[in-house]
Design a protein around this ligand. Structure first.
Ligand code: ZN
Ligand code: ZN
Length: 135
């Protein structure tokens, strides 16, 4: 029996559950994912399109689809948090790792599009660490 994981957005408007039954976990460093996330890379976990139960707030979700290319993002219209979505070809449900409340069994398998890596990624990982705000 696979565990059930829960997830949702920061403001709490949207809640969902998924079975911990993922087939891929990628960290994508492409320029488009940098723009969509506002960060160095997107962490996406893939599963089957039917592996999701929306518990709350499905009507608060909106989606952006790139007109020409295979880029989409679903997000909460209240707080902007990334949320799961089914890809254009309807072959996979893409779950942003940060939208999950619990850890999936699967670990990241690959960093993809490293050729487009943000110039601050490696220097950033080497910067000073604090457990909260810098003193
Ligand atoms: Zn929200
Ligand atoms: Zn990408």
């Amino acid at each position: 029996m696979k565990q059930t994981l829960t997830g949702g957005c920061l403001c709490g408007a949207v809640r969902f559950s998924v079975k911990d039954d993922f087939n891929a976990f990628y960290q994508c460093h492409c320029k488009q994912c940098q723009q969509l996330t506002g960060s160095a890379f997107a962490s996406n976990i893939l599963t089957t399109p039917e592996n999701i139960e929306w518990l709350k707030g499905e009507s608060d979700i909106t989606a952006y689809e790139h007109p020409a290319r295979e880029f989409s993002k679903s997000f909460c219209t209240v707080c902007g948090s990334s949320l799961p979505f089914v890809n254009k070809t309807r072959t996979a449900l893409i779950v942003p790792a940060g939208s999950l409340n619990e850890l999936p069994d699967l670990q990241p398998q690959a960093n993809i599009f490293r050729s487009e890596e943000a110039c601050w990624l490696v220097p950033g990982l080497g910067a000073k660490n604090y457990s909260g705000f810098p003193e």
